[in-house]
Design a protein around this ligand. Sequence first.
Ligand code: GLA
Length: 336
Amino acid sequence: MKLKTLLATTALTGLTLLSASASAFSLFGSDDDDTLKLGYLVKQPEEPWFQTEWAFAEKASKDLDFKLIKMAVPDGEKTLNAIDTLAASGAKGFVICTPDPKLGPAIMAKAKSYGLKVVTVDDQFLNAKGKPMKQVPLVMMAASEIGQRQGNELVKEMKKRGWDQSNTAVMAITADELDTARRRVDGSIKAIKESGFPAENIHRVPTKTNDIPGALDAANSLLVQYPNVKQWLIVGMNDNTVLGGVRATEGQGFNAQNVIGIGINGVDAVNELAKSKPTGFYGSLLPSPDVHGYKSIESLYKWVKDGVEPKKFVEVTDVVLITRDNYKAELAKKGL
Ligand code: GLA
């Protein structure tokens, strides 16, 4: 299925669920209905990344014959309400990408009170002491390694263009409170430093929100501090962060000739790569939202149905650089 069709279908279904989530019984059937029901809760349903996870979880539900309940959980209150709704509908468990890792203990307490099984995806829960809740199964991308790949690809492209490193700088838009984001960005900066890039030209700036407007504001505040930089490399934890950085450079008169941004997620970069003219957004690292979506719910299904406990940690390492030249072919290889 083409990515656009797939995402449109998923987004529409997601919206139906959003608007109707109050009436769990009418929508999902009641407790007496004996079809197995499993939830898939995501923090940012507007990101194609999560829509792709949903689409592949939906595929698993068809292959394995269970009912998938997709829910958007942008904040803590909606997350806890969603768990009530799931329990009322008779669901036996859920996969979740939490809007805030610190909600981990509250989510687990509520799930336990209803006897629901929980598998986490993408972002790991933290306990009250801020330490990872390693006993909760997790499917996650290899954050440091993918970050390092981002740094290496940025340096490779900069060298290919023969840029003078003395007037080139790195804009690293950070979100350190999210462990996967911190590890990706740190990995990227490590790789850039190890290539011999001058450390004093690497600038970090935190974003307030993990979306394009948040990253744009962060990037703007950085750009005004370094008016003499001639070329920018943009680092960030995902496509939207890097896109915010690219949009900010455009506001200061930069373009595809003097900016290289490489995102992470791939599926969130399709519209940008499809633009008629190149922008500073050079490419994106496409991991495996398909694998995250399918494997996480499949492991939950086997846990509920056959009592097979999921592995505590599944790290997904597969990643490919997509650019304007190869993105269609690479997405098609994954069935997107
Ligand atoms: C985090 C990010 C998402 C996506 C996933 C992938 O949740 O916020 O954009 O990158 O990780 O695991």
